[in-house]
Design a protein around this ligand. Structure first.
Ligand code: DLL
Length: 432
């Protein structure tokens, strides 16, 4: 099933022509409307008029998350705010967060691309879709919502959380498609068991999961426990949000919406393209975004391209599921967390030492982050009351910085292992 058959099945030479035309237009536009791009293009003597092949893009500089932070909040917008109808932001509650904007036209494109993903995963206008992603600055809730409405499905905008209610509604409203993170889907399966509800008695048939890494093992478990067809979908706020890529029902990789995003897979160290089909970092250039175009955005997500044609008939290239990250970002309960954010909070608290360890576990399908932090000797042997007060301060500040609750453990000075060279501060015990 296709949403935009012509575009999704475009012969590749035609696709390449369209990409080149759109790439040239995008580069020209950012060169005139975004000072950040204008300046670097100028410094490097890059003239978008001279682009004659897609490979010419390789001379252009990368855009990094840091560039978005440096231009917080609106510095990289390519249209005046007057033409921006929506703003989203990636996780982080401080000034270090990144902000992205959408024009009216961007919202239409975004809805269509998410509708493609839904359609590819088997969903139709006859389905009842329960959207259990958070609604708000996170792109997951609204992104899937608009796509599902565009498709004509019946949307239940329940948002994340309150799992028992989710299940009650799923039963009463006869939900046929569930949209959330894969770990939340497993949590729902657990709670169903607690509630004595047999998933086979529900109307659920499809699950569209994304926003965090998962595995074939997790897919199998979800499919068996919920009795559904689970597909993977991928996206990131800096590029658009969900709708960048999604699996069709063949479940053999995610089709990238290449008519809207130009894809490169590069060796994260040399920044040269990897040989076809090998693992590297995904680098994306938007081809149609109006309010917030990005040029060669380094996603830090590791994947490989699958150039072989897909039996589904789409000509859009596939990427494997995300295999890891080329930086230290963690995704905890669907929220992106950088160890440096935690470090900054700890450093600002008197009595803590610059040594910490982050331990991530998954218990009952829920992520748990424990921050172990060394405290000065006097504090460690202090009264319990003082220790507890300090723990609470750390917890509170971390919760407000990260937007998720964490466990905090105070440990004795010099008790955490020291490293020579690159430290390994994160212990991720989650087995996906
Ligand atoms: O997670 C957008 C999204 C929402 C995608 C809902 C799919 C469904 P951010 O919060 O900006 O945006 O986080 C983007 O999440 O760089 C990946 O590291 C990770 N990620 C997203 N989808 C997947 C996936 C949304 N299917 C970051 N598999 C990305 C693995 C994923 N990782």
């Amino acid at each position: 099933m296709y949403w935009q058959k012509e575009q999704e099945c475009l012969p590749r030479p035609e696709l390449a022509r369209l990409q080149l035309e759109r790439l040239r237009a995008t580069l020209k536009r950012v060169a005139t409307t975004v000072p950040f791009y204008r300046n670097i293009f100028h410094q490097r003597h890059l003239d978008p008029e001279k682009i004659t092949s897609l490979d010419d893009l390789r001379a252009y500089p990368f855009t990094l998350k840091q560039d978005l932070r440096d231009n917080y909040p609106y510095g990289l917008f390519a249209v005046p705010l007057r033409d921006v109808v929506r703003v989203h932001s990636s996780s982080g509650t401080t000034g270090a967060a990144t902000v992205v904007g959408y024009s009216r036209g961007d919202i239409v494109t975004w809805s269509d691309l998410v509708a493609r993903v839904l359609c590819g995963a088997g969903v139709t206008a006859d389905d009842v879709i329960q959207i259990a992603f958070g609604y708000g600055l996170f792109t997951g809730g609204f992104g899937l919502h608009y796509g599902a409405e565009r498709l004509g499905a019946s949307v239940i905008p329940i948002s994340a959380g309150n799992t028992r209610r989710q299940i009650q509604i799923m039963q009463d409203f006869k939900t046929t498609a569930l949209v959330c993170t894969p770990s939340y889907a497993l949590k729902m399966a657990d709670v169903m068991m607690d509630m004595g509800i047999n998933p086979n008695g529900l109307s659920l048939r499809y699950g569209l999961f994304g926003a965090e890494p998962w595995s074939e093992g997790m897919r199998r478990e979800i499919n068996e426990r919920l009795g559904i067809c689970a597909t993977d979908n991928y996206g990131l706020s800096e590029v658009m949000g969900p709708g960048v890529a999604g699996e069709c029902v063949e479940c053999q990789g995610l089709h990238i919406n290449e008519d809207h995003f130009y894809v490169e897979v590069l060796d994260p160290d040399t920044l040269e393209p990897v040989p076809p089909g090998e693992v590297g970092e995904l680098v994306l250039t938007t081809l149609t975004k109006e309010a917030f175009p990005v040029i060669r955005y380094r996603t830090r997500d590791l994947t490989r391209l699958i150039p072989e044609p897909c039996p589904c008939g789409r000509t859009l290239i596939r990427m494997s599921r995300v295999l890891g990250r080329s930086d230290d970002m963690l995704i905890i309960k669907g929220v992106n967390v950088f160890p440096t954010q935690i470090e900054a909070v700890l450093f600002a608290i008197e009595g803590t030492e610059p040594h910490y360890r982050l331990v991530v576990d998954r218990e009952n399908n829920e992520d748990r982050l424990t921050v172990m932090v060394e405290v000065v000797e006097s504090m460690f042997f202090d009264e319990m009351k003082k220790q507890r007060a300090m723990m609470e301060t750390i917890k509170k500040r971390l919760a407000s910085e990260l937007g998720i609750g964490v466990e905090v453990k105070l440990v004795e000075e010099r008790s955490l292992e020291r490293f020579e060279g690159k430290g390994k501060r994160v212990i991720d015990n989650r087995q996906l």
